[in-house]
Ligand binder design. Structure first.
Ligand code: ACO
Length: 370
């Protein structure tokens, strides 16, 4: 047995949800470029769960369900108020989603209908949890979700306590479409491993949130913003990046396990970042980002991934950097739950082997002789 570190190149399952072939990302056969231009996030979530785009009536019905399920239990809000105020926002989300399962009487109902309903509930409730936690951290009262509006609009409304502008809603909606699914990424794999033991969907999503939190995965977008803040002005960018490269440090938001010629999602976020900067009359964050890209791609051949330009997009939307990875989660929960439903349907426990590199032929020595 020879280990393949990081399972690189291992095909661990079949899936009909999303694919990456020759650098092209598709959801259920639809190119991500097409969906990013034309589809709403709700349409994409429907597509991921049910395998086809909804008609008008089906979309309306899903939007109604998402609205109906968006509120979270008062007891969960009370619990969240007890979290340390400076708790990591992904740790808070992980804890809250785990607790959410406690309040769902159908948490362990493994019928396909119950699991489908829980997938929609989780999608509806994650934005509410994230916005509530953000407000609690600021010492403010959470705001109840609004009925009849999109997830992007509702999230910004619950976060800010006022009606968001159309540009922000559209930008966030497009970002959610771009983050919705991504084949067998680390967090999706974690969710599938968990539910392949026939554990419940809340456990699967909790595992996924834990995996997404890390800076080599979803946590990179927050780390990118930290880097942009440390750089501050464009004059500092070159020396800052050069020093990191000289020290063989990783530049967050660059590189990818699967894409070696560029992440197809990055160009949409780059365009969004530029347009938001131009609209606000300040493209400094975008300009610094482009300069970093030129240096890193020029010297290392590494291209930006989805996390790189999403950092400047969210910042220009006035969103605090601690919420970047939770926003990733609030989109990716559509993909996680689609994969969880697919895993349940034709499940086999996921249990690989390890190449043993430890000691052998050890003889037990009584404790008083050691
Ligand atoms: N900056 C500098 N060098 C890098 C970077 C980077 N961002 N990414 C990879 N490299 C280098 C590595 O140091 C390594 O060089 P070496 O062969 O000289 O040692 C080589 O490129 C291969 O990199 P690995 O880390 O082995 O590639 P792997 O496929 O294991 O990792 C990963 C992919 C984790 C995304 C990596 O590129 C990385 O750490 N990037 C920064 C974090 C990041 O942006 N993560 C978000 C990914 S997208 C997502 O999850 C949503």
């Amino acid at each position: 047995m020879t280990a393949i570190k990081g399972l690189e190149g291992i095909v661990a399952t079949t899936s009909s949800i999303s694919s990456i072939v020759d650098g092209v990302l598709t959801y259920r056969g639809y190119n991500i470029d097409d969906l990013a231009e034309h589809a709403s996030f709700e349409e994409v979530a429907y597509l991921l769960w049910f395998g086809r785009l909804p008609n008008a009536e089906e979309l309306q019905s899903l939007q109604q369900d998402l609205s109906d399920f968006a509120a979270i239990p008062d007891k969960l809000i009370e619990q969240m108020k007890l979290y340390p105020q400076d708790a990591n926002t992904m740790a808070a989300l992980r804890s809250a989603v785990s607790a959410l399962g406690l309040y769902d009487e159908a948490a362990d109902d493994m019928s396909p209908e119950a699991n489908e309903k829980k997938a929609i509930k989780l999608q509806a409730q994650l934005p509410t949890i994230i916005a509530a936690n953000a407000r609690i951290r600021q010492g403010k009262e959470p705001i109840a979700p609004k009925a009849g509006v999109s997830i992007a609009e509702n999230f910004l409304y619950m976060l800010r306590g006022e009606q968001p502008d159309e540009t922000s809603i559209k930008a966030l909606d497009q970002a959610l479409v771009l983050h919705a699914d991504h084949e067998l990424n680390a967090s999706t794999f974690a969710s599938r491993v968990t539910v392949a033991t026939l554990s419940d969907i809340y456990s699967g999503v909790t595992s996924a949130i834990g995996a997404l939190k890390g800076p080599l995965h979803g946590g990179a977008n927050e780390a990118v913003m930290k880097m942009l803040s440390e750089i501050g002005t464009i004059d500092n960018a070159e020396s800052y990046i050069q020093e990191k490269l000289n020290n063989r440090e990783k530049i967050m938001g660059f590189g990818h396990r699967v894409y070696k010629n560029g992440d197809p999602r990055a160009k949409h976020l780059q365009k969004m970042s530029r347009e938001l900067g131009e609209m606000k009359g300040d493209t400094s964050l975008y300009d610094i980002s482009v300069l970093i890209e030129n240096i890193v791609t020029g010297q290392k051949g590494l291209k930006p991934n989805v996390d790189f330009y999403s950092a400047s997009v969210y910042t220009q939307l006035g969103i605090e950097h601690e919420l970047f990875t939770p926003i990733f989660a609030m989109s990716r929960v559509s993909g996680w739950t689609a994969h969880i439903l697919e895993q349940y349907d034709g499940n086999r426990i996921i249990r690989p082997r390890a190449e043993y590199t430890g000691l052998t032929d050890q003889k037990y020595i009584p404790i008083d002789l050691r």
